[in-house]
Design a protein around this ligand. Structure first.
Ligand SMILES: [Zn+2]
Length: 360
């Protein structure tokens, strides 16, 4: 799946219209010809890389990681193809904002290549950087910081303290994080103080909003960080900020993330899990993601009603490590839930009113 070239346009899968949640397997009959925002969850295998196309000339990349080289290659090819595409000249091979949700390799492994190959205006991370002793990515983080400096790329951080002191109603934005005219980008979480010993819970969590459509990008935030977002928003009387149309499920569909309350409050119409195919990567195999319980939970709170059959294919060659382990699955077809492992790169397009999901 990963090795396929990126082809534009993708095959149309579904249509979701706010007025009445109408769905369609329109097979190319329905499209959003002039989207104001397209969010590509790039198939990088086990890792995250999410690209926001904001016409006519802006774009943003959240994470550039994978445990596997082919995932990084796939991301670089995706970006190269995007910028080379006819009609994309105005983007000038420049990524306006790059965000590293946190400092794990499956989120930043490809950053040096991205920063070397494309122009980047601003780089935002969680500020943990080399100060975090337990980070296995220390050398990589140092190299990224050095490269940012040498290229004079603006480098800023998002922390919970920033959100609490300078944010409004539990969410934060400024024109470094969001220099865009037609979309709004908000931070719902950054690094807590003190820094969490679990780097996943230092993830920058972003909400991207285009008029009435919104998508939540959770990095690898696990339940403690989800709870802290909920508490902050409740305290500030803004729990509705969690209500979104698309949820990028946290931590690759792990059962340490996507807690029931969080998913229920998000009540997305569609979900996406960025995860690898186990047969292609030892790392992916050892992580055994996504967890079935998480997929079932997402399914339960994902509102889009579909009549499609879905099937789950167990890995025949792998037995659970213990009785408690859940079997990893490759999920095919969907109930509004997409998997990069089976769907490849997925794009959510919106004009601010309608939302469609397509995959290649
Ligand atoms: Zn991860």
């Amino acid at each position: 799946m990963h090795k396929k070239p990126i082809l534009f346009p993708f095959i149309l899968y579904v249509l979701f219209i706010l007025s009445g949640y109408s769905t369609s397997s329109a097979q190319g009959k329905v499209d959003i010809p002039n989207p104001k925002l397209s969010v590509y969850v790039v198939d990088v295998g086990m890792g995250d890389a999410i690209f926001l196309e904001i016409p006519p000339k802006d774009c943003m990349l959240i994470d550039a990681g994978s445990w596997d080289n082919y995932g990084i290659d796939h991301l670089l090819q995706f970006l190269q193809d995007f910028f080379a595409e006819s009609g994309h000249e105005a983007y000038q091979s420049t990524i306006d904002v790059v965000v590293a949700s946190h400092q794990h390799k499956d989120h930043i492994q490809g950053m040096l290549k991205v920063l070397n190959k494309f122009k980047v205006t601003t780089y935002i991370d969680n500020g943990v950087g080399c100060k975090f002793n337990k980070s296995k990515a220390n050398k990589l983080v140092k190299d990224i910081e050095k490269l940012l400096k040498s290229k004079s790329i603006k480098h800023t951080q998002i922390t919970d303290q920033l959100i609490e002191s300078k944010g409004k109603n539990g969410v934060y934005t400024d024109n470094i994080l969001d220099p865009f005219a037609s979309v709004d980008v908000f931070a719902l979480a950054g690094t807590p103080s003190p820094v969490d010993a679990n780097e996943n819970d230092n993830s920058i969590v972003l909400k991207v909003k285009c008029d009435s459509i919104s998508i939540l990008l959770t990095g690898d935030a696990e339940e403690p960080e989800e709870q802290s977002i909920i508490e902050r928003l409740k305290k500030d009387g803004n729990i509705g900020a969690l209500d979104v149309d698309v949820l990028k499920a946290g931590h690759h569909g792990s059962n340490t993330a996507s807690s029931e309350e969080f998913v229920q409050l998000a009540s997305p119409s569609m979900c996406v899990i960025s995860v690898g195919v186990a047969s292609e990567s030892p790392k992916t195999k050892s992580f055994r993601l996504p967890k079935e319980s998480v997929v079932r939970r997402l399914e339960q709170y994902t509102s889009r009603v579909l009549d499609e059959e879905w099937e789950a294919q167990m890995f025949p060659d792998k037995k659970p490590k213990s009785a408690k382990s859940e079997k990893p699955l490759i999920f095919k077809s969907k109930k509004g839930i997409y998997f990069t492992s089976s769907d490849g790169t997925i794009v959510f397009k919106t004009d601010g009113k309608k939302l469609i999901a397509e995959s290649n």
